[in-house]
Design a protein around this ligand. Structure first.
Ligand SMILES: Cc1cc2nc3c(=O)[nH]c(=O)nc-3n(C[C@H](O)[C@H](O)[C@H](O)COP(=O)(O)O)c2cc1C
Length: 178
């Protein structure tokens, strides 16, 4: 299955019953989220994008959802391959999260990859807390984002006692508050 992404509509009229974008962003900035890296291959090379819009949808069968800007390189690549990975980042991985969130720049992952991972699945970054390798089973376009629903082929977790990387009030944070 190859996913067809619709061209982005750039002339969306603001709706009178819709919150101001700035109010919406302020409200959402109070939500503390775990930071994940959505991984894929761009021109055959490992690529990652920093994401907080990730959630578990179902356990039987294991299914997750990520929401990516339609115009991002990752969304385009995943639409072409119907495969993506989700690496849940550890608190020490803020530099990787910063690298993979810079708009418009190459977000190749070569220097961050787990050397033990096979090249057949989605790219796996070293020292992540866990990694899910997913097949796209459905996509839904909403406003300027595309939701990818993924069936989880493999799920692996680290045994390290490391805490997750968080994002709250527009800053990366650690569970211990640093
Ligand atoms: C903490 C954090 C969370 C983010 N979460 C998302 C997200 O859930 N979905 C999304 O589309 N972009 C998210 N972004 C922004 C993307 O990482 C960024 O726009 C993207 O890497 C740009 O890719 P591009 O260069 O291919 O356009 C987030 C950025 C940060 C710093």
């Amino acid at each position: 299955m190859k996913t067809m992404l619709q061209p982005l509509q750039t002339t969306l009229e603001p709706h009178p019953d819709t919150a101001l974008v700035s109010d919406f962003l302020d409200a959402l900035s109070r939500l503390a989220s775990s930071v994940v890296l959505v991984t894929c291959r761009v021109d055959g090379m490992a690529w990652g994008m920093t994401v907080t819009a990730f959630c578990s949808i179902s356990t039987e069968p294991p299914t997750v959802l990520v929401s990516l800007g339609t115009e991002t390189a990752a969304a385009r690549a995943i639409a072409g391959t119907d495969r993506f990975g989700v690496s849940i980042l550890a608190q020490e991985q803020e530099p990787l999260a910063v690298h993979a969130s810079r708009p418009g720049v190459a977000k190749y992952l070569e220097e961050f990859l787990d050397p033990r991972a096979t090249r057949s699945g989605s790219p796996v970054v070293a020292d992540a807390l866990s990694h899910l390798d997913c097949d796209v089973i459905d996509t839904i376009q909403v406003a300027d984002h595309v939701l990818f629903l993924g069936r989880v082929r493999t799920a692996r977790s680290s045994n390290a006692e490391t805490s997750p990387l968080l994002y709250h009030r527009r800053r990366f944070r650690r569970l211990d508050g640093v």
